[in-house]
Design a protein around this ligand. Structure first.
Ligand SMILES: *[C@@H]1O[C@H](CO)[C@@H](O)[C@H](O)[C@H]1NC(C)=O
Ligand SMILES: *[C@@H]1O[C@H](CO)[C@@H](O)[C@H](O)[C@H]1NC(C)=O
Ligand SMILES: *[C@@H]1O[C@H](CO)[C@@H](O)[C@H](O)[C@H]1NC(C)=O
Ligand SMILES: *[C@@H]1O[C@H](CO)[C@@H](O)[C@H](O)[C@H]1NC(C)=O
Ligand SMILES: *[C@@H]1O[C@H](CO)[C@@H](O)[C@H](O)[C@H]1NC(C)=O
Length: 481
């Protein structure tokens, strides 16, 4: 459940990967999320009942049906972990990132849980004898010390003084605003303007008549996910952008899929008017986008998905007369031509060593490929770091505190309203909170320990006075008679 909650930021990766394999849109991530939520609730309930039974000194007997369900749960988790390790290995770094962001709060929670559970530990400690008594004490003290003192090593970027907080990262619309409109359409880019993006991110390919147009998917799934190509050309397969002219491409509908598949569960928030506009979108050309960017003073950054030996893309940009400073040039194959013919372009690198070599000042990488210290360090060296794709508030907050220059996002409408990062605490406040919490937990546990020893001593053989011998023998926490 934790892994699902944390990787929610990248749910689109899972679903589009599955689309590539199955050629059919299903929200698989939501399926996984629901299964894991059900399993988690079920396990928590079992645990709660078990604790109640221990408190009542009832024997713990698990019905075999529960054993089967728990077995299935373990299988599901094992398959999930194996699946991520095989197919989605680059997702693992988000777990330490999330721990870094939530560390202080997880510690508060752990102190609370420890305090509540200590009663059960004391109970078994009082009835244990000899070596097991010593063992229980050792384990409990070690675990408690670790939980109480881990704030000494927790380093969360958002534990920071307000005056040291970097400015809010700028927002770059990932294919526009794909949660509010079909990705890579003019409606999508228009909606991203409304949430204050400073740049449009998109994907460029070349058509049969050598015109750059906007479409993310290429190769085998080209056009299949985001257009009605199967209805329009039922007998053809196009796995290369050069099979269709711009006119043919623009005869396709590029918006109905959004209303049908509802990839982000956001369609219900659209007005009737917006739904009508969304259902009537076509594939834009790069020139359309450049005009929009030019008129709104918004930058453009894109991946070039087609080989472009004749530098048609650079020439199209120059032709549009857009201010060269608004173009963030990323494609490395055409970089030399761009540098020579359009010296005003801002050169952006996806590889740090290449950037240092060329004396660049702009880096564009996946959010998990740099650690937070590295982001702060690059900021101090006046390097602007853009991180993709950041959709969740906690992740955006973490990168804000670390000093990211901008983020590419699907959710500009959620991030644009944030005035301060979530999870923000000043170092002195944090110190006061965790020390106070630790001290009150220790005091509470001491009182509990003394109280439980007293009640235990008044009834030296443990358990209720009229517990039968049979029941006592089955009970893990009661002394054998
Ligand atoms: C499309 O085909 C051209 C040759 O016609 C080739 O150079 C190019 O690599 C292909 N593009 C893709 C994305 O496969
Ligand atoms: C769809 O858009 C085209 C132009 O792109 C327009 O001519 C047509 O009237 C629109 N249809 C609807 C139903 O809005
Ligand atoms: C365009 O935006 C930049 C900041 O992003 C600003 O410095 C510049 O003055 C703007 N230009 C115009 C013509 O508004
Ligand atoms: C970055 O570029 C350098 C050469 O400039 C290359 O050796 C290295 O493998 C590249 N790293 C990545 C992650 O692509
Ligand atoms: C970064 O820029 C500031 C002012 O723009 C300058 O004072 C500082 O020396 C620069 N730092 C580096 C490492 O270049």
């Amino acid at each position: 459940m934790y892994i699902c909650a944390v990787t929610f930021n990248d749910r689109e990766d899972v679903n589009s990967e599955a689309f590539t394999a199955l050629k059919r849109w299903v929200n698989w991530f939501m399926v996984l999320l629901i299964i894991s939520a059900v399993l988690t609730c079920y396990c928590l309930l079992l645990l709660l009942f078990a604790l109640v039974q221990v408190a009542l000194r009832e024997p713990l007997n698990l019905h075999c049906l529960h054993k089967v369900f728990l077995g299935l749960g373990v299988l599901f988790i094992a398959l999930g972990v194996a699946g991520i390790s095989c197919k989605w290995r680059m997702e693992w770094p988000i777990i330490p990132l999330s721990l870094q962001a939530m560390g202080p709060f997880l510690q508060f929670g752990a102190v609370g849980a420890l305090t509540l559970l200590s009663s059960f530990v004391f109970q078994s400690f009082h009835v244990a004898k000899g070596a097991s008594k010593f063992l229980i004490a050792m384990v409990f003290v070690t675990v408690s010390l670790a939980i109480f003192l881990c704030p000494l090593i927790i380093q969360s970027p958002c534990v920071i003084n307000l005056e040291d907080l970097p400015e809010k990262p700028k927002l770059i619309g990932h294919r526009g605003a794909p949660m509010l409109a079909p990705e890579n359409t003019m409606m999508s880019f228009n909606r991203s303007i409304a949430c204050g993006v400073t740049a449009f991110e998109t994907d460029v390919q070349l058509s049969k008549d050598r015109t750059p147009f906007l479409m993310h998917d290429n190769k085998g799934e080209f056009l299949l996910r985001t257009t009605n190509v199967k209805e329009k050309f039922p007998n053809d397969t196009f796995n290369n952008s050069t099979y269709l002219t711009l006119e043919e491409l623009q005869s396709l509908n590029a918006g109905e899929w959004f209303l049908k598949t509802d990839p982000f569960q956001t369609v219900s928030h659209l007005s009737e008017e917006e739904k009508k506009t969304a259902g009537n979108q076509t594939i834009p050309s790069l020139l359309d986008l450049l005009h929009l960017a030019k008129n709104n003073n918004i930058s453009v950054i894109f991946d070039l998905k087609s080989p472009d030996p004749d530098n048609i893309t650079v020439n199209t940009i120059l032709e549009s007369k857009i201010d060269e400073g608004l173009v963030l040039w990323l494609p490395s194959a055409e970089r030399e031509y761009a540098e020579k013919n359009a010296p005003g372009f801002i050169q952006v690198y996806s590889n740090e060593s290449e950037m240092l070599e060329k004396g660049g000042r702009h880096l564009n990488v996946k959010y998990s490929s740099l650690d937070m210290d590295k982001i702060s360090k690059l900021r101090k060296q006046n390097v602007t770091v853009n991180l993709w794709v950041v959709n969740e508030r906690w992740l955006f907050s973490l990168l804000w505190c670390a000093g990211a220059g901008s983020v590419t996002t699907n959710a500009c409408h959620l991030l644009t309203d944030m005035k301060t990062p979530d999870l923000l605490m000043t170092p002195s406040n944090y110190k006061i909170i965790w020390i106070l919490l630790d001290v009150s937990s220790v005091l509470f546990m001491i009182v509990l320990y003394i109280f439980q020893r007293k009640t235990h001593c008044s009834c030296p053989r443990g358990g209720r006075k009229n517990t039968s011998v049979q029941e006592k023998e089955n009970h893990p926490f009661l002394p054998k008679v």
